[in-house]
Write a protein that binds this ligand. Structure first.
Ligand code: GDP
Length: 454
C-alpha cells in the first residue's frame, strides 16, 4: 500500500552563520503551515516580506516568503521557502516551528527524491543536481548543468528509441514467420544494426568522459627516493605541497593533492617511493606506496635522468613493482642536468612511454599533462560534454553487452526471437540509467548521498 505523503522540512543552506538562510518545506501540509506562520498565504511565486510567527503570534524573524503551488515547484508538491536571517538560533527556531506544525525533518536528498518521484526530474537529472553542487572544476560544473537540463537523458532516450525501432522491425518479422527468414538474412536489418552500434559507441565515449570529469583519475607517483617525485608533484600542483630535500627518504607518508588538467581532476598521491629499507617508518611508507599502486588508474614512475640510468635491471625491478594492467608513464626527470631535450623520448621502457621533464625548470611538463590526458582517454570538454557516474557507465556497458549478445545470436543462429529478447534487456538497462526502471534500493542509495535540504 502506498504510504501517505508527509510534509518535510529542512534547512536548504549550509549550517552556521550567513547573510540569509533558507528553510524549505514541501508536501500536502504546506498551505496550512504557511497560513499559521504568515497569517495569510503569499501569492504563489511572489517574493513577499512577512513576519514569521511563533505559536503565540510573535515574530521569530521577518523575511521573504515564497510559495510554489503543486505541481509547479522543485518537488512537484506545494513548497514554501522561508528566507530568514542566517543565524543559527533563528533558523533553529523557525525549523522547530515548522516541525511543530506537522512537518518532519527531511532526509538527505529527499526533496530531490520527491522531484524524481513526481516526474519533475529523471534520475540522471537528479544526480546532476548533486554533481553540480559537488563540482570541483568549472568544466565539471558546466557538464553537470548540461546533464541537469537533460542533455544526457536525451542522448540515452534517443538510443532507446533506436533500439525500439530495431525491436519493432524484428518483432514484425517474428509475427509473420513466413517472412522471418527473409528478414533475418536481408541486408536492411544489418543496415539498421550498424547505426545503433555506432550510437552505443558514441554514448559510451561521452559517458566515460563524463565519469572522468566527475571522478578524475588516481595517479600515483612512484620511483626511487630523490628521483624528484615530490618536486614533480609540486610542479604539477603549482605550489609546494610536498617537502623537497636532497635527503633520501623524506616523504614517509602519503601526500594527496587534487590537481586539474583542463578539467580532468587528478588525485595525485606522492609516495615514499619503492626501496628496501630497515627504517620501520620508511618500511611502512613503502608498504603504503604498494597499496596505493594497487588502486591507481595511472602510475608515474619517476627516474633521475642525471644519474646513470643504464641500470636497466634496477628500473625493470621498479616497473615490476607496479601491478600489471595499470598504465604507466615513465618520467625522466632532471633533464636540466642531463641535457636531454624535453618531451617524449624516442625509446620506450618496458613498453611504456618515456617523457623527459624537469620539475625544476618546468620543461616538458605540458607534454606530460597531455600524455596523462591521452592515456586517460580524456578530450577537452566541449559543448557535448555531460557529467556522468560509474553507475551510468556500468549500466550502459551492460546494455551494450546485451546488444552484442543479440547481434551474435542473430548472426550465428538466425534467432530473431532471442535477438528481440536481448533488445528488451538492452532497453531495461537503458531505462535503469534514467530511473524509469529500477529498484527502491538503488534510489535509496543514490539519494542518501545527497546533502540535507536538497
Ligand atoms: P623525491 O625523494 O623523489 O620526492 O625527490 P625530491 O623531489 O625531494 O627531490 C630530490 C632532490 O632532487 C632535491 O634536492 C630536488 O631539488 C632535486 N630535484 C628534483 N627535481 C629536479 C630537477 O628537475 N632538476 C634538478 N636539477 N634537481 C631536481
Amino acid at each position: 500500500m502506498p504510504q501517505p505523503v508527509v510534509t518535510i522540512a529542512g534547512r536548504a543552506t549550509p549550517p552556521g552563520r550567513g547573510g540569509i538562510a533558507v528553510i524549505r518545506v514541501s508536501g500536502p501540509g504546506v498551505q496550512q503551515i504557511a497560513a499559521a506562520m504568515l497569517g495569510k498565504l503569499p501569492q504563489p511565486r511572489h517574493a513577499e516580506l512577512r513576519d514569521f510567527l511563533d505559536a503565540e503570534g510573535q515574530a521569530i524573524d521577518t523575511g521573504i516568503a515564497l510559495l510554489f503551488s503543486a505541481p509547479d515547484s522543485y518537488t512537484g508538491e506545494d513548497v514554501l521557502e522561508l528566507q530568514c536571517h542566517g543565524g543559527v538560533v533563528v533558523t533553529e527556531l523557525l525549523l522547530e516551528r515548522v516541525l511543530a506544525l506537522g512537518a518532519r525533518m527531511a532526509r538527505p536528498g529527499e526533496f530531490s527524491e520527491r522531484a524524481f518521484l513526481n516526474d519533475k526530474l529523471d534520475l540522471l537529472q537528479a544526480e546532476a543536481v548533486a554533481d553540480l553542487i559537488d563540482a570541483g572544476s568549472r568544466a565539471a560544473a558546466r557538464a553537470a548543468q548540461r546533464s541537469l537540463r537533460g542533455d544526457f537523458s536525451a542522448a540515452v532516450l534517443a538510443l532507446n528509441e533506436e533500439v525500439t525501432g530495431l525491436r519493432v522491425y524484428i518483432e514484425a518479422a517474428i509475427d509473420f514467420p513466413d517472412e522471418e527468414l527473409d528478414l533475418l538474412s536481408d541486408s536492411e536489418l544489418r543496415q539498421r544494426i550498424a547505426p545503433v552500434a555506432a550510437s552505443f559507441a558514441r554514448l559510451e565515449k561521452t559517458t566515460r568522459q563524463g565519469c572522468l570529469l566527475r571522478d578524475g583519475l588516481h595517479v600515483v607517483l612512484a620511483g626511487r627516493p630523490n628521483s624528484g617525485k615530490s618536486s614533480l608533484f609540486n610542479a604539477l600542483a603549482g605550489y609546494a605541497a610536498a617537502i623537497v630535500t636532497s635527503q633520501p627518504g623524506t616523504t614517509r607518508d602519503l601526500i594527496r593533492e587534487q590537481i586539474n588538467i583542463d578539467g580532468l581532476p587528478l588525485h595525485v598521491v606522492d609516495t615514499a617511493g619503492l626501496r628496501s629499507t630497515l627504517d620501520p617508518v620508511e618500511q611502512e611508507g613503502v608498504a603504503r606506496t604498494r597499496a596505493q599502486l594497487g588502486v591507481a588508474d595511472l602510475a608515474l614512475l619517476v627516474i633521475d635522468a642525471s644519474e646513470d640510468t643504464s641500470d636497466l635491471a634496477g628500473i625493470a625491478g621498479l616497473l615490476g613493482e607496479i601491478p600489471a594492467g595499470i598504465p604507466v608513464l615513465v618520467v625522466r626527470n632532471k633533464i636540466d642536468l642531463s641535457g636531454e631535450p624535453p618531451g617524449t623520448a624516442p625509446e620506450s621502457l618496458g613498453g611504456h612511454r618515456v617523457l623527459r621533464v624537469s620539475a625544476l625548470t618546468g620543461a616538458g611538463l605540458d607534454e606530460l599533462r597531455l600524455a596523462i590526458k591521452t592515456l586517460a582517454g580524456f578530450s577537452d570538454p566541449g559543448e557535448g560534454t555531460v557529467i556522468a557516474r560509474q553507475r551510468h557507465l556500468d549500466t550502459l556497458q551492460r546494455a551494450q553487452a546485451h546488444f552484442a549478445a543479440g547481434c551474435r545470436v542473430l548472426e550465428e543462429r538466425q534467432a530473431g526471437e532471442l535477438f528481440a529478447e536481448e533488445l528488451l534487456q538492452v532497453q531495461n538497462a537503458l531505462a535503469e540509467i534514467t530511473g524509469e526502471f529500477g529498484s527502491d534500493d538503488l534510489l535509496g542509495k543514490i539519494f542518501a548521498s545527497f546533502c540535507i535540504g536538497k
